[in-house]
Write a protein that binds this ligand. Sequence first.
Ligand code: CO8
Length: 259
Amino acid sequence: MYENILYEVKDHVGYLTINRPKALNALCTAVLEEIDDCLDTKIAPDNDVHVVVVTGAGRAFVAGADISEMQTKPVLEGHDYTELGHKVMDKIDNSPKVFIAAVNGFALGGGCELSMACDIRIASEKALFGQPEVGLGITPGFGGTQRLPRLVGKGMAKYMILAAKNVKADEALRIGLVQQVVPAEELMPTVEKLAKSIAAKAPIAVQQSKMAINNGMNTDLRTGCRLEIEGFQQCFASEDRVEGMSAFVEKRDPVFQNK
Ligand code: CO8
């Protein structure tokens, strides 16, 4: 039983909600440890869940790392805290499952970083993104200096990080930080529909595509294309590839078995 997060599964989709609304879902150590545990013990071993939605309870997605907690930390403990945050973000980023951030409100600092560790970001019109850390005397510490430029380019990332410029949902869409913006009341239905549509695809094909994109972005084009060939070959050897192509030829919906 968790105190700061909620996790449930509906129709083969996992829903992870950061549930500390009084502190705008700030990521204190306890929250990060609970997310870490949930990723290891509930999400990773569940072969029925291929897509996970991450959102926040109340008016924020996540308003950042917990500033009150950080304020009291000596230097070394602070280092452990940033390691813990990175560990959680890396687990999400490198998971074979697809993570969708349903960004319902403030996504600042560690909140923006949590959304960027996810594969896809869908935002409510009320969402606000930013990396305000330099105003607190720190750099982004959960991957922001690395994931933000990879998503929006170096210039815009520097504008947001060095000048601590927040961007509203429409601007986040324009710069490619989010993939879709919807009215607040449509956020969860939109994300649910997207999650189900991904969950209905061949899991091995979705996983291999995610891995090829992620690993390819960290290498040169030639090596990336080799990674794609390896992933493609694994898919081609799978039963789900036979099912997907047979279903097309037979003009019916495929039934994938994750084999
Ligand atoms: N940490 C702790 N508490 C927070 C945080 C936070 N990040 N954000 C909000 N809260 C708390 C407030 O203190 C307040 O608590 P209380 O009611 O007890 O006073 C409650 O949430 C509601 O907040 P506000 O009253 O401030 O609500 P407003 O609507 O007036 O403002 C804002 C909302 C604009 C989001 C404002 O709360 C704010 O600016 N929050 C801080 C945003 C921020 O700077 N985030 C970045 C944090 S640093 C970070 O994420 C670095 C990550 C890497 C760390 C690595 C460490 C080694």
